[in-house]
Design a protein around this ligand. Structure first.
Ligand SMILES: C[S@@+](CC[C@H](N)C(=O)[O-])C[C@H]1O[C@@H](n2cnc3c(N)ncnc32)[C@H](O)[C@@H]1O
Length: 219
């Protein structure tokens, strides 16, 4: 999507994707993705102000998030009782940091492997599905370019009939996950559950079926 679309969503507080509780799939499956004895540094692309980053930090991970909106980044630190140190890294990126969480505010597509640094695991919830089908490939290409070490990833996707609604979120069916990641990663489907009942906004948009799937990607 156009960056202005997301800037406007944050300005108008149209952030229905934000969860006020820790994602249950993260709690259930993260131990499959990352070592809890030596917790690796985790990358959270398109992180919004997700509380899941606090959960990861509290489990010992250093967390690196990528987010376009300065509103999201400021709200994240403020709402979690932290004041962030700010530093302009270059013309495109401002780094906000405190308490083991570092958020790079700027366009994900402008990130470089040097800015991201060493990453040991990835958590993607509502990032791949935020990309329209025509951009999903570009998103994954950039993700893989940033992560030459091929860390394991926990990815949460949504599936629905695209005839019933236009995204975001966009549907990412299993065959798309296979097409995007299959040549680089082994893909393990961890969970598939019907989430329409608990998603009133998407029900109101006309969906009759909504499935949330969690995948573990590993080499
Ligand atoms: C659907 S939200 C998901 C946020 C978060 N992952 C969560 O679970 O709440 C997508 C987020 O990606 C951000 N975003 C969209 N395009 C981006 C880009 N090109 N670079 C960085 N962030 C982007 C938006 O501002 C928004 O906060």
């Amino acid at each position: 999507m156009d960056p202005d679309f997301w800037h406007e969503r944050w300005q108008r507080k149209q952030t229905g994707f934000h969860q006020t509780e820790i994602n249950p799939l993260l709690e259930a499956f993260w131990p499959r993705c990352a070592d809890s004895v030596a917790p690796p540094r985790v990358f959270v692309p398109l992180c919004g102000k997700s509380l899941d980053m606090v959960w990861l930090r509290d489990r010992g991970h250093a967390v690196l998030g990528s987010e376009l909106s300065p509103i999201a980044v400021s709200e994240f630190f403020r709402e979690n009782g932290m004041s962030a140190d700010q530093q302009a890294l270059n013309e495109e990126f401002v780094c906000y940091e405190n308490g083991g969480i570092r958020l790079l505010c700027g366009n994900f597509f402008g990130l470089t492997p040097e800015l991201v640094g060493e990453i040991g695991a990835v958590y993607d919830r509502a990032a791949l599905v935020a990309m329209p089908p025509g951009m999903q490939e570009r998103y994954v290409d950039q993700l893989l370019r940033l992560l030459p070490g091929r860390p394991p990833m926990l990815i949460v996707t949504l599936e629905y009939d695209p005839e019933e609604m236009s995204g975001p979120p966009f549907p990412v069916p299993e065959e798309t996950v296979a097409r995007l990641f299959g040549s680089t990663y082994r893909i393990e489907l961890l969970s598939a559950r019907d989430t329409l009942e608990s998603n009133a906004p998407l029900r109101a948009k006309g969906l009759n079926r909504l499935t949330e799937k969690a995948y573990l990607l590993h080499t």
